[in-house]
Design a protein around this ligand. Structure first.
Ligand SMILES: Cc1cc2nc3c(=O)[nH]c(=O)nc-3n(C[C@H](O)[C@H](O)[C@H](O)COP(=O)(O)O)c2cc1C
Length: 381
């Protein structure tokens, strides 16, 4: 056994009527957390598995690509979606449609996207500065959602001089959100440095609604440490599960106070890879699956002693046959090297100054809306 946890207590969290047990949430990740990936993760443990980010305006306009991103596999439950938007009316419309059509069980609102094309227009991680507008977006979402719980996910703020997490948490609570999730980095940090878990604890102390902590949970003991250090109600898992859906099994064991299993052998990973590819091909089409799977292949093989050739081949994958050929040459008994367990995967970039609209901080108390273009497709984060 790799490690054990000393927590004999079991934990559970709730988001409105949804029991999140174990208290583990798959973070929304654009380009990653589509229905096939969620299905693979869910196999390893219960919890809440959030969709890719969906742009509210594209949903309202009935964009077919957006409809596919917003779709759930038959039987998927609870159905959890993340929406991005800056216009209270558009966000309310999008929520209303989803709820009236009975398409979702949980809605998360993205206030954390640090992409320059979004923040420079005032959207994503820039929005909490404009606290009245942020409140209006949440009010509109909560009102349209009726009994479906709404949550919001945000960062610490723009940068060290402009921390907004406590204020945003209070606004969310005041507007009727069922819970909040804090990625404990500023927008300026992007994915650099380490997440400041102490800020999660600070937020937890100030709010009555559940607080989910996010940032740098790479292994199950990290989650236990985050809960112990911050008192947060649950953990949100992003990059740690890329190529490692079995992290959800480890988390379920750890939260139940049981020993955490060793990482799977390469043989188990190979089976998961083929299954993941097939689910993607079924959900999209074989061509798109091939393109989507290239990044996953690299993540799956991280930490296994395969040598560079299979990784290179899979990064240029051309079809399912090639996938099977490359995987057939790997040693299924190989195990993950110890020092690879915490290997970073996914984004690591930053820090980078945040692009903002002119006079953004001077306008913080303004009631005006912002440039409609800020409501266009964002790119996550
Ligand atoms: C590829 C990728 C895409 C992401 N897309 C989104 C997104 O659409 N919405 C969002 O709120 N966060 C997004 N994030 C941020 C994660 O949800 C999470 O907050 C962040 O990765 C920190 O958690 P971690 O340290 O567990 O990875 C994304 C992260 C990555 C790596």
């Amino acid at each position: 056994m790799a490690s054990t946890t000393d927590a004999a207590t079991s934990h559970a969290a709730s988001i409105g009527p949804i029991a999140v047990d174990p208290p583990v949430v798959l973070a929304p990740m654009a380009g990653v957390t589509n229905a096939p990936f969620r299905a693979i993760c869910r196999r390893y443990g219960a919890g809440l598995y959030v969709s890719e980010m969906v742009t509210a305006r594209a949903l309202v306009e009935g964009n077919p690509k957006t409809e596919l991103i917003a779709a759930f596999a038959p039987g998927e439950t609870p159905r959890s979606i993340q929406l991005y938007g800056v216009d209270p009316r558009v966000v309310g419309d999008a929520v209303g449609r989803l709820v009236d059509d009975g398409r979702v069980d949980h809605i998360d609102i993205n206030f954390g996207c640090p992409a320059p094309k979004v923040t420079k227009l005032g959207g994503g991680a820039a929005l909490p500065v404009r606290h009245r507008l942020a409140a209006a977006v949440l009010r509109s979402a909560v009102r349209a959602a009726g009994s479906v719980p709404v949550t919001v996910k945000f960062r610490l703020g723009i940068d060290e001089d402009h921390l907004t997490h406590i204020e945003t948490g209070r606004i969310a609570q005041g507007e009727g959100c069922a819970a909040v999730a804090l990625h404990a980095r500023t927008a300026e940090q992007l994915y650099s440095g380490t997440a400041r878990w102490a800020a999660i604890g600070e937020l937890k102390e100030r709010l009555e609604i559940p607080v989910f902590g996010n940032g740098d949970v790479w292994e199950a003991p990290d989650a236990m440490a985050m809960v112990a250090e911050t008192g947060c109600d649950g953990v949100v898992i992003g990059r740690g599960c890329l190529g490692r859906p079995w992290l959800f099994r480890d988390l379920a064991e750890a939260f139940a106070g049981r020993p955490v299993p060793d990482p799977p052998s390469l043989g188990e990973i190979i089976d998961v890879m083929v299954e993941h590819f097939d689910l993607l091909a079924e959900w999209f089409d074989p061509h798109r699956a091939t393109r989507e799977f290239r990044k996953h292949a690299g993540w799956y093989l991280t930490g296994y002693p395969t040598g560079p050739t299979p990784r290179r081949e899979l990064s240029q994958l051309s079809d399912r046959r090639q996938l099977l050929d490359v995987l057939a040459r790997l040693d299924p008994t190989a195990t993950m090297t110890d020092n690879a367990r915490r290997a970073r995967r996914g984004h690591t970039n930053g820090p980078r100054p945040v692009s903002l609209p002119d006079r953004w901080f001077e306008l913080r108390d303004s009631d005006d809306g912002i440039d409609a273009a800020a409501g266009d497709a964002a790119s996550g984060g």
